[in-house]
Design a protein around this ligand. Structure first.
Ligand code: ATP
Length: 306
């Protein structure tokens, strides 16, 4: 028995590692990784978070092609434990900030610090383990609901998986599916709605419970009602765990309650503040807000007319 269990354990750990790399691949594809040229320092120490996850961009300049800069000498601090939103016109570099934080690319100038440590100086594994991402479109694997949630933490006991699903308000729904947590989802499995998919993504994140949470247009594919419900769930988890969270958002209504809103334009920070402060400033944020409200009103009128 002993002889047999050793290789099985070994296989088990290989299997877990494989799953984990699949999970990393998933995040990677969602952030549209195309670059593989970043290198890790030999025997780099792990990232530590003595301040609780303060993120600082210091004079960061970056372009996917150096002759076409996307971020221009950008300096901004994302305080530990706060909910922060990055907004701005399409193409201004919001998602690029997240890709740099994940070290899919390194900036050409400047540095990115997490709790005072340059992210190029710490091990990649520890950096990526500290970060959880909910992307715009969460791909589901052709596997059971349970495993799809478990990708967040492969060794978690079943009770924790259920807890995570409860936190994401999807537990009861899962129980109502034909095979409960053993129901197969993904391309060849049960058809589930966009909202349910996003809730599974949130379950996964709750289970992983990373100190830094990134939401990359995570709710933009949802209708307004589902989006609000999901945001309420996310906010509840964030408040409770006091995690640093960064939301890249188009719809300003989803982030107006953020502690800090960073407004980007052409790769520079043009305004920062709370919703109220930015409205009073009457600059780009106020302009974007007014434009979106007008669209909402028009949409409302169309509904009334119909
Ligand atoms: P949106 O709100 O439209 O999602 P964004 O503010 O998130 O935009 P980014 O996705 O960060 O913008 O992209 C910033 C710029 O970089 C865009 O002009 C985009 O076309 C360009 N870009 C993004 N990814 C790449 C890439 N892999 N290679 C080359 N250019 C890229």
């Amino acid at each position: 028995v002993f002889q047999l269990s050793v290789p099985l354990n070994f296989l088990g750990s290989v299997y877990r590692e494989l799953r984990q790399s699949l999970l990393d691949m998933e995040t990677l594809f969602n952030l549209q990784k195309v670059n593989v040229s970043i290198t890790e320092k030999p025997s780099a120490p792990p990232l530590t978070l003595p301040k609780g996850g303060e993120i600082r961009f210091e004079n960061v300049s970056f372009g996917y092609h150096p002759e076409r800069p996307i971020l221009n000498n950008l300096t901004v601090t994302i305080p530990a434990g706060k909910k922060v939103a990055v907004v701005g016109p399409s193409g201004c570099g919001k998602s690029t900030l997240l890709r740099l934080l994940f070290r899919y690319y390194d900036p050409q100038c400047g540095r990115i610090l997490i709790d005072g440590q340059d992210i190029r100086e710490v091990s990649l594994e520890s950096l990526r383990r500290s970060i959880g991402v909910v992307p715009q479109d969460t791909p589901l694997f052709n596997d059971t609901v349970e495993l799809n949630i478990r990708y967040g933490n492969l060794d978690a006991p079943l009770e924790k998986v259920h807890d995570a699903a409860r936190r994401a308000h999807i537990h009861d729904k899962i129980e109502s599916w034909p095979d409960g947590y053993q129901t197969k989802v993904g391309e060849r499995g049960l058809m589930i709605s966009g909202g349910e998919k996003q809730r599974l993504a949130v379950s996964r994140l709750v289970l992983k419970d990373p100190p830094l949470l990134f939401f990359d247009e995570a709710t933009s594919a949802l209708d307004t009602h589902t989006e609000q419900a999901l945001m309420a769930n996310i906010n509840e988890v964030l408040r409770e765990r006091k995690r640093t969270s960064v939301f890249v958002a188009h719809r300003l209504r989803t982030i107006y309650d953020a502690d800090l809103i960073i407004v980007l334009k052409e790769g520079r920070v043009v305004e920062t503040g709370s919703h109220r402060e930015l409205m009073e400033l009457n600059g780009l944020y106020a302009e974007l807000w007014a434009a979106q409200e007008m669209l909402m009103d028009r949409a409302g009128e169309r509904v009334k007319e119909a």
